[in-house]
Design a protein around this ligand. Structure first.
Ligand code: GDP
Ligand code: MG
Length: 343
C-alpha cells in the first residue's frame, strides 16, 4: 500500500476517543482485507487514563472486529456498504466506510447509545478517507456537544448536514416504515446494489447505506443515507432515535397481506408524531405475486391520497418501479429543500 500518514491517523483516533468519551472501548482502522492499520483502546474506567496501546490491546480489539468483518465481507466488497451497526453480546460496533481503502470501526459498550456517537464516527471516517487520499486534513474532531438529549443529537446532525451542504453536497436521512416481511430490506438492496437475495439473511442491527439520485438538468444531487433497521422488536426500542432527523421515509405494505395495509395508518401516525415535516411516500410491494393480491391498486391510491402522499407499486423481486419510488421521493426532497434555497 502507498504510504499513509499514520501519525495523522493516530492523532485523529485520539481526538475521536476524546470526543466519544468513556463509552468507547476502542476504535480501529482496518483495510478492506480486515488488516488493522491503526487502533486505539478506550480510556480505562476509573482513572480516565489512556491505556497503553501495546500489541496485545490492538490484537484484542481486532479479534473483536474480525468475526463481524467476515460476516459482512460481501457487503464491503460490493463497495456500496456505507455504514452499519452490529450488536454482539458484549459490544456495539459501528462500521463506516472510509473511502475505497479503509473501514473505520468503533467499538462501544453493549449499553452505549449509537446515535450520539454516529455523527462523530461519520466525520472521522470522512477524514480518514482524506488522509488515505493524501489530502491535507486536520485530525481534529470538532466537539459538537457533550449532552445526550435528543435536542443535542439533533443539533449534531444539523451541523454535519451543514458541513455537507457547504461542500456542495446534500445528504438526507431516509427511513423505512411498515410491518415485518413486507420487503423493506429487499427494496433497499434492490435500489442500492440492484440485487434481490433469495437466500435471505436478516440484517443485524441497523444497516446504513448510501446511494445518490441524479437529475438531468438539475445541478443538485440527492444523496440518500438509508437507515434500515432489523426486526420489529428492536424497532420499538429505538423507534424515536431511528425516525428522528429523517427528512424522508417510505411506508411499505405487502399487497398480498391485507393486515399490512391496514397497519399503514398506525405507521403513518407514529412517524409524523416524531418528525412532523417528514416527506413520505406510500409503497405497495410484491406486485409480482399478482394471483395472491389482497389489496387493489385503487385502495392504495385512495389511502395515499387521504394522507397527501404519492403512491407507487413495486416488486423488489423483479425490480419493477423500485428506482422510481426512490427517485420520486428524491424529487420531492429537491423541491422542498434545494429549489427553495436556490431561489
Ligand atoms: P422487511 O422485514 O420488510 O425488511 O422484509 P424483507 O425485505 O426482509 O422481505 C421479507 C420476505 O419477502 C423475504 O423472504 C423476501 O425475499 C420477500 N420479498 C421481499 N420483496 C418481495 C417482492 O417484491 N416479491 C416477492 N415475491 N417477495 C418479496
Ligand atoms: Mg428488514
Amino acid at each position: 500500500m502507498m504510504s499513509v500518514d499514520r501519525k495523522k491517523l493516530l492523532a485523529l483516533l485520539k481526538w475521536y476517543r476524546q470526543e466519544v468519551g468513556k463509552e468507547l472501548t476502542g476504535a480501529v482502522i482496518v483495510n478492506r482485507e480486515g488488516l488493522v492499520i491503526e487502533a486505539v483502546a478506550g480510556f480505562s474506567e476509573d482513572k480516565k487514563l489512556e491505556k497503553s496501546i501495546d500489541e496485545e490491546i490492538v490484537g484484542g480489539i481486532s479479534s473483536l472486529v474480525e468475526p463481524v468483518l467476515n460476516r459482512i465481507t460481501k457487503e464491503f466488497s460490493s463497495g456500496s456498504f456505507g455504514t452499519g451497526t452490529f450488536d454482539t453480546e458484549d459490544y456495539r460496533l459501528i462500521f463506516c466506510e472510509a473511502g475505497p481503502d479503509a473501514i473505520f470501526v468503533t467499538i462501544l459498550d453493549a449499553i452505549a447509545m449509537i446515535d450520539p456517537v454516529f455523527p462523530y464516527a461519520y466525520l472521522a471516517a470522512e477524514k480518514i478517507a482524506r488522509i488515505f487520499d493524501g489530502r491535507s486534513v486536520s485530525p481534529v474532531i470538532p466537539s459538537l456537544t457533550k449532552e445526550k438529549s435528543t435536542k443535542d443529537i439533533e443539533r449534531k446532525i444539523d451541523k454535519i448536514q451543514q458541513i455537507k451542504i457547504e461542500a456542495g453536497e446534500y445528504a438526507y436521512k431516509l427511513i423505512l416504515g411498515g410491518d415485518g416481511s413486507v420487503g423493506k430490506t429487499s427494496m433497499v438492496h434492490r435500489f442500492v446494489e440492484n440485487e434481490f437475495e433469495t437466500d435471505y439473511k436478516a440484517t443485524i442491527g441497523t444497516s446504513i447505506m448510501k446511494k445518490e439520485c441524479d437529475f438531468e438538468g438539475l445541478k443538485s444531487k440527492v444523496r440518500w443515507i438509508i437507515w434500515d433497521l432489523a426486526g420489529q422488536a428492536q424497532f420499538k426500542r429505538v423507534r424515536n432515535s431511528y425516525v428522528a432527523n429523517a427528512e424522508a421515509g417510505i411506508l411499505v405494505f405487502d399487497v398480498t397481506r391485507r393486515e399490512t395495509f391496514e397497519n399503514i395508518k398506525k405507521w403513518y401516525v407514529d412517524t409524523i408524531q416524531i418528525v412532523k415535516n417528514i416527506t413520505l411516500i406510500l409503497v405497495g410491494n410484491k406486485i409480482d405475486l399478482e394471483d395472491k393480491r389482497e389489496v387493489k391498486s385503487i385502495e392504495g391510491e385512495e389511502l395515499a391520497k387521504k394522507f397527501g402522499l404519492a403512491y407507487v407499486e413495486t416488486s423488489a423481486k423483479t425490480g419493477e418501479n423500485i428506482e422510481d419510488a426512490f427517485r420520486m421521493l428524491a424529487l420531492q426532497i429537491v423541491k422542498k429543500f434545494v429549489l427553495t434555497e436556490e431561489v
